[in-house]
Design a protein around this ligand. Structure first.
Ligand SMILES: [Zn+2]
Length: 313
């Protein structure tokens, strides 16, 4: 098969699974594979598994590694411009020069970045941004992650860790965040924060269709709100209020073309998006808010692997 350098391999390296995709120049996934990360195998074990996936992708499509532009990889941690993973708690890694390790193992071009930056790149070029120049991605889940794309590239800042949207302070002296600071967006508007609020109100006797237990998820709370449940709506409004504050701050600072909301809760749609929009608009300067489109992210679980491939495309 003739080589096409307008395709690349994107790797989404997570604490549980490694996902690999062969992606063409338009961001379409031609083929994908995944396997358990095997964190206990250490850096060498993970590198072997990543290399195995890359070779499996190539042979599934009948191509050679010299036929692709390279391998991009997103990692869940703090990275450097040289491709060293400074700290990745989910992998138990500190100071791992993984770009070099992988490039030596594969003999091909490798680029590496933080997973949130990589997902933001995917959403900007291919997903919700549709090729826009500037986008901020907020990933709403167990935590709140963020990535900033300006001029079509990830903004890393002087620490190379820029984009920590989850740790913007939105409530002075607010609840303690997992990072140790108080009043971070993540401590007030993440999935667990939303569930905790409902649990507290339920145990105080607030009537609701929601019941405490395994089924009490952010998704269940959003759907209760959509069907008119007062407590569900109160929890949605609480989260939307703090997300709105953060989004208004982002607009004031960067005025991006697009702010995309990803992660599980973002699938809730208008029930969450509408109160977020109104909270953000009420705090934005005149003449700024209408220049930023606030949208649900569109690449879902593929944002990581597609965005990683774009690092070399
Ligand atoms: Zn924090």
């Amino acid at each position: 098969m003739t080589g096409d350098l307008r395709r690349a391999v994107g790797i989404d390296l997570g604490g549980t699974y490694i996902k690999a995709a062969l992606v063409d120049g338009s961001g379409n996934i031609e083929h994908q594979e995944r396997c358990p990360t095997g964190v206990e195998g250490g850096v060498d074990g993970v590198a072997t598994r990543v290399a195995g996936l890359v070779h499996a992708l190539a042979s599934a499509r009948g191509i050679d590694l010299t036929d692709v532009a390279g391998v991009g990889i997103g990692v869940p941690g703090v990275t450097t411009s040289e491709g060293t993973v400074v700290l990745a708690p989910n992998l138990n890694w500190r100071q791992v020069p993984f770009k070099r390790v992988l490039a030596e193992r594969l003999g091909t071009r490798v680029e590496l970045d933080n997973d949130a930056n990589v997902a933001a790149l995917g959403e900007a070029r291919i997903g919700a941004g549709g090729g826009c120049d500037s986008l901020v991605l907020l990933t709403l889940g167990t935590g709140i992650g963020g990535g900033i794309i300006l001029g079509g590239r990830a903004l890393h800042g002087s620490s190379f860790a820029a984009g920590e949207v989850g740790h913007i302070c939105v409530l002075p002296d607010g609840p303690r965040c997992a990072c140790g600071l108080r009043g971070c967006l993540e401590a007030l508007a993440s999935g667990p924060a939303m569930v905790r609020l409902v649990q507290d109100r339920l145990s105080a006797g607030t009537p609701s269709v929601l019941v405490d237990g395994d089924g009490l998820t952010p998704e269940a709370i959003c759907s209760a709100a959509a069907s008119g449940d007062g407590l569900g709506q109160a929890a949605v409004d609480h989260v939307a209020e703090y997300l709105g504050i953060a989004i208004a701050n982002i607009i004031a600072l960067l005025s991006p073309e697009v702010i995309a909301l990803g992660g599980g809760i973002s699938a809730a749609g208008d029930v969450l998006l509408k109160p977020i929009l109104s909270a953000a608009e009420s705090r934005s300067l005149e003449g700024m808010f209408e220049h930023t489109r606030i949208l649900a992210a569109t690449l879902g679980n593929n944002a990581g692997s597609i965005g990683a491939a774009l690092l070399v495309l």
